[in-house]
Design a binder for this molecule. Structure first.
Ligand SMILES: [Zn+2]
Length: 390
């Protein structure tokens, strides 16, 4: 990942005409690793092609620092709790990448590269399944790359493919494209590293369906399927197939492209591609305004307020509503001993212990599917319950 990020023109169609899609003026914004950053959130929508992008330009060194030093080193792997039992993120992505377009494509690969290999959890999974394939990785974060090498994986640290005269049969990249300053440059570079006819598996958040992705300040671009299809043509690929949504990651899409001879640098044609971004921005802005009114009322009445749900919805509300500066008496969680919860700056206890903290009201910061069950349970504790999402 090299180069500056320029907010003044669209990376895909080069148009300089854009509308402000979101401007949330709380002075805070949220990163995808749930770290809070200083500064308002601003997202733009290209008037010509509809690609949504970050509204503030960034210098290349600031971007690189963000991923090499400052970015929270992702836990080695993440666990999805499915009805069939816990599944590691690496297992899940490996299954998806290898089965979505047929497993035979993978059995015959000689050399394969993972771009953005992190600490190597996914690469290790691939290596185990395809022992005859020469797998390599590249990773910007030195600590993660070091961790991957310690587990015996061939992971190089540095910005993307500086000196690659190597040609790979396949490249895959999961959750990277949305972070790079210029997807065009990034994809052209990947194209150069593939042999003719080589395969690129790309997986990242999709804006075909509503998600909170557009509220992450470190996601510089937000793509719909039509945008990715045009990127393929622009950067020297042929789209072989795509899948929108996985059972456990409904807001991710997976694309299979093949390296072709030469790129068609045709201008964007047709009308702009619509995404779900505007809808989710309008919905969340309404929810945050309503939450502000609720918090204002609770503060005036001098109520003691706790929060149930300390994950994504909470992070969103803390960044983009007055909850960020609100005195929270305690957090409530059924498993209050999780290490992450110790860093929140207020005590975390089981919901049943909220009386001991003198709690009068609970802000419910969870996905709406849990409302019916949780609302009756928490009201049973004799407190007011105020959902964040409507
Ligand atoms: Zn555009």
């Amino acid at each position: 990942m090299d180069g500056n990020y320029r907010a003044d023109r669209c990376d895909l169609c080069r148009s300089q005409q854009a509308d402000v899609l979101a401007h949330l003026a709380t002075g805070r914004s949220l990163r995808s690793d749930r770290q809070m950053m200083a500064g308002d959130l601003c997202k733009l929508c290209c008037q010509r092609c509809g690609l949504v992008r970050e509204g503030h330009s960034r210098q290349s060194d600031a971007l690189i620092d963000c991923y090499t030093q400052d970015y929270r080193v992702a836990p080695d792997d993440y666990t999805f709790y499915t009805p069939g039992g816990p599944v590691a993120r690496s297992t899940l992505f490996c299954n998806w990448l290898t089965t979505a377009f047929g497993q035979d494509r993978w059995r015959t690969l000689g050399r394969c590269l993972e771009v953005g290999a992190g600490a190597g959890a996914l690469l290790a999974e691939f290596q185990q399944r395809f022992p005859d394939c020469a797998l390599e990785g590249i990773e910007l974060c030195a600590a993660s790359a070091h961790q991957a090498r310690r587990r015996g994986l061939r992971v190089r640290q540095g910005p993307l493919l500086q000196t690659a005269d190597d040609r790979y049969d396949a490249i895959y990249s999961v959750a990277v494209l949305e972070h790079v300053p210029s997807p065009t440059r990034f994809l052209q570079e990947l194209r150069r590293c593939l042999r003719p006819g080589g395969l690129l598996f790309l997986c990242q958040p999709t804006q075909d369906v509503p998600s909170y992705d557009v509220f992450f300040v470190d996601h510089l671009h937000h793509f719909g399927t039509d945008h990715l299809r045009y990127y393929a043509r622009k950067c020297g690929f042929r789209e072989l197939g795509f899948v929108v949504g996985h059972e456990w990651m409904p807001n991710f899409s997976l694309h299979l492209w093949q390296a072709t001879e030469g790129a068609a640098d045709a201008a964007w044609s047709g009308s702009r591609a619509e995404t779900a971004c505007a809808q989710i921005v309008s919905q969340v802005t309404t929810d945050m305004n309503r939450l502000n009114q609720t918090l204002d009322r609770l503060a005036t009445a001098q109520r003691r307020v706790a929060v149930f749900g300390l994950n994504e919805v909470f992070a969103l509300a803390r960044a983009y509503s007055d909850l960020g500066g609100f005195p929270i008496v305690c957090g409530l969680d059924d498993r209050p001993d999780q290490p992450d919860l110790a860093k929140l700056g207020f005590p975390v206890v089981k919901p049943e212990a909220c009386a001991a903290h003198g709690v009068n009201d609970i802000v419910l910061a969870v996905n709406k599917v849990y409302y019916p069950q949780l609302t009756s349970r928490l009201r049973g504790l004799g407190v007011g319950v105020h959902p964040v999402l409507n």
